[in-house]
Write a protein that binds this ligand. Sequence first.
Ligand code: ADP
Ligand code: MG
Ligand code: ZN
Length: 488
Amino acid sequence: MTWEAVIGLEVHVQLLTRTKMFCACENRYGGEPNTRTCPVCLGLPGALPALNAEAVAHALRLGHALHATFRPESRFYRKQYFYPDLPKGYQITQGAVAVVEEGWIEIPGDASVRGAEGPVRIRIERAHLEEDAGKSIHDADPEHTLVDLNRAGVPLLEIVGAPDLRSAQEASDYLKTLHHLVVYLGLSDGNMEEGSLRCDANISLRRQGETRFGTRVEIKNLNSFRYLRQALDYEIQRQRQLLERGELLTQETRGWDAQSGETRSQRSKEAAMDYRYFPEPDLPPLVLSEDEIAHIGGTMAELPATRKQRFQTEYALSPYEAEMLMQTRAFADYFEGLARESGQGKAAANWMLGEVSRTLNERAMGIESLALEPSRLAGLLKLVEGGQLNLNTAKETVFPALLESSDSAQAIVERQGLGQVNDRGAIQALVRSVLEANPQPLAQFRGGKTNLRGFFVGQAMKAGDGKVNPRLLNEVLDACLAEGEGRE
Ligand code: ADP
Ligand code: MG
Ligand code: ZN
């Protein structure tokens, strides 16, 4: 009997805004503990929250990117619980009455569980705005837990996915797609180590063909793609073993223990808290007009999925190449600048995924920090395309020189005398001298060892300092070899 995994993710995204969700404190990671605080985010009596319009705009941007619907009027609630890092005693959140509802994203489906290749749409139930809590620090003092409230009140968007995922691989692909989307759109820095994007996974199993859902378990704080995959694979095994023994699952919250590689029970449904939600009296409803929603949509950049598709058709690239070029928005922008200025899409893609990527990897930096503008690199591509420079010299000599100076490719080529030799007469003289200097290999070639042809190419290239136009060299060499044969 085969089992089907049913998975839905809840993803918390810290939004990139200048200030916090309900106050004017700076929204930035780290800092001297408890310095980015004020009466509002400290929860002092009488302090009044005011909603951050930038955070709302980000929620709308995400909504457009998810093809979602927008709730014209949504609210904020107080979700009440006691914890030292929650100074107000409640979190302000939209809960189930969310500004963004019913969206979807596409991921590559896992053929091993779906029985067919191809992309699948994963529905998104809602995305709602809320505020982050502070941070409890357990390891800084031997006797006390310390509290840092710099994070208290930082804007969050919680994205609740439908239970449409069917394997750990799909869950990981979904999270990667979502992560790429929010970073690409500038909604979040997506730094998972710093907690800018956090994930809880809900998982249940059911018999293949069954339409009802089984009892689910929620695994908290899966803050890397690897942990998410490992925890879900572990949990699928654990649940399957229980179910096959005829045991019932308990609805519970579990945690992932990376050290032991297992999930551990944290609390059961019976122990679940009642948060006593009630409407936040200090904030008016969030009312959105059609115009506002449309305006945000109209000012957004082309969506990643659309742009990737366009790269394939406009520049004749493979899906893989388009995907690689879309790794970050800055990288994709650089590519398009290079393609436009050089007039060559395919060559621009090759350079981006070849020399440019290699340089960025070696220097462990992003394209934003590369001291080489697309226009100067385009100059190099044009010299190669025009036959004034051979590709090897371009890669090995001129490209590194472009990185080290602010000169144009043309200037470097002229100064170092690197221009490609395109003069047929000069190449003929070169080939003849190589053949004369190598009578033995020539005799062997004529005796049938035709693979010696490569040897002559290499010798001629060397004699020409690598600057000989390779296409012409090959033509001339063949002509010379044939000519000799004719004489015999
Ligand atoms: P809660 O309010 O308890 O968090 P939700 O209905 O909001 O419950 O669902 C939370 C998450 O759990 C969603 O991402 C949803 O996709 C997922 N989920 C719901 N039911 C199941 C199930 N039976 N198996 C796996 N995931 C589920
Ligand atoms: Mg929930
Ligand atoms: Zn504040």
